[in-house]
Design a protein around this ligand. Structure first.
Ligand SMILES: [Fe+2]
Ligand SMILES: [Fe+2]
Length: 396
């Protein structure tokens, strides 16, 4: 049973929500309160999995309430349900929420969003991971212009006029997008988008995941002064891992997910660097001194590691389960049996990471039992040569 708290100062809205969500009674224990103060008082009495709040409320507004929840109850997922005319406050609140929903919101959409956030609980029951990720806040999902651009770029040989037309639709957005077009991230997007195309017809969804991946690298700009940590190093390793992934034997249907998983497998490192630079620095220093894998030391110091943090964050943002799973378990996958037709998404993330990482010191370890169970040990020399070739090619 999940515990969900709804906050809205309009009694009619609360009644409407209660009626609309009646069918959820079997899965959710729901509380409905009319103010931020009542919500905080209730949160003091027992933990809630998620809070769904309005933005414009007298006395304590939604923004203040979410700030308090973020600080005092970081493990509670924060959802904003806001009306159209509260745009400014809503934008502030959106930065504090994991999920932003506009009123009116149909019950399926609301349930789906809350369920998705809550499902993360049992998977990532580890409080430490949830706390780190819950404090990150939210990343903007692609807006309409981004979505149009993604669609246009997904078509083979898209005419430049088409891209130009999309960019001109929205001036503020086009400045941002042009910035992006001129960045290395955009080159990355085009490179992998064309790889997806080469593998077969491209669906819009994998392309928007790829777009999100590029946005994540752009958004997380950790402080470069953390000893032993280089954000650029993480980006380059991630890019190489994705290139390796694209050349491993992957079934066509999961090709895009496998490449995206490889690209995002270490995103948790950037999150830790932004949120917990001190403990990360200690973990890196200990790992180097004792010559142990970074993830093991992170577990000791933080109670979680970059794989769990990255996977959790991606699941909050709604990436597919296969990608989330591959990122979460990329150091320690557990084989379910020998491979039948190519590597699955998790196997690709593990293999691509290890093939690139083993070339440097303090690498993420191979799981040799896993490799043996997959029955691919004899292919390793050829894969190593391929990884070497990718590393020496350099590029963006
Ligand atoms: Fe890793
Ligand atoms: Fe890695």
């Amino acid at each position: 049973m999940k515990r969900i708290l709804f906050v809205d100062d309009e009694p009619k809205v609360l009644e409407g929500l209660e009626r609309m969500l009646h069918a959820q009674r079997k899965q959710w224990e729901m509380s409905f309160v009319a103010s931020g103060a009542e919500a905080l008082a209730l949160l003091e009495t027992r933990p809630f999995d998620a809070i769904v709040t309005d933005v414009r409320m007298p006395e304590m507004g939604g923004v203040r309430l979410l700030e308090c929840v973020q600080q005092r109850f970081p493990a509670t997922m924060r959802v904003v349900l806001s009306g159209f005319f509260e745009r400014e406050a809503a934008l502030k609140a959106a930065g504090l929420a994991h999920q932003y929903l506009a009123k009116p919101c149909d019950p399926e959409r609301l349930c789906e969003a809350v369920e998705r956030l809550c499902r993360l609980g049992p998977v990532f029951s580890d409080e430490a991971t949830r706390r780190v990720v819950a404090a990150v806040g939210r990343l903007p999902s692609p807006g309409r212009t981004d979505a149009g651009l993604i669609e246009a770029l997904g078509k083979p040989d898209v005419p430049l006029e088409e891209v130009d037309r999309i960019l001109r639709q929205d001036e503020g957005m086009s400045a941002r997008v042009l910035d992006l077009v001129n960045s290395a991230g955009f080159g990355l997007f085009c490179e992998f988008a064309s790889l997806y195309q080469a593998a077969g017809p491209v669906e819009l969804e994998p392309l928007s995941h790829l777009w999100l991946a590029v946005e994540i690298f752009r958004t997380f700009q950790p402080d470069c002064s953390i000893a032993g940590f280089s954000p650029e190093g993480v980006r380059r390793h991630s890019r190489r891992a994705a290139r390796i992934a694209a050349r491993l034997p992957v079934p066509r249907e999961t090709f895009a997910e496998a490449v995206t998983a490889a690209l995002l497998h270490d995103v948790g490192k950037l999150v830790l660097a932004v949120r917990l630079p001190g403990p990360l620095e200690r973990a890196l220093e200990t790992a180097a001194r004792e010559n142990r894998p970074q993830c093991a030391v992170e577990q000791e110091i933080l109670g979680t590691d970059h794989a769990e943090v990255g996977g959790f964050l991606l699941s909050v943002w709604g990436l597919p389960r296969t990608i989330v799973d591959a990122v979460t378990r990329h150091h320690h996958p557990a084989a379910e049996g020998p491979l039948l037709d190519g590597l699955d998404v998790l196997a690709v993330a593990h293999t691509a990471n290890a093939l690139d990482a083993e070339r440097s010191a303090g690498a993420d370890p191979w799981d040799s039992e896993y490799l043996a169970a997959l029955g691919v040990a004899d292919r390793l020399p050829a894969w190593r040569a391929m990884a070497e070739q990718i590393a020496s090619a350099g590029g963006i």
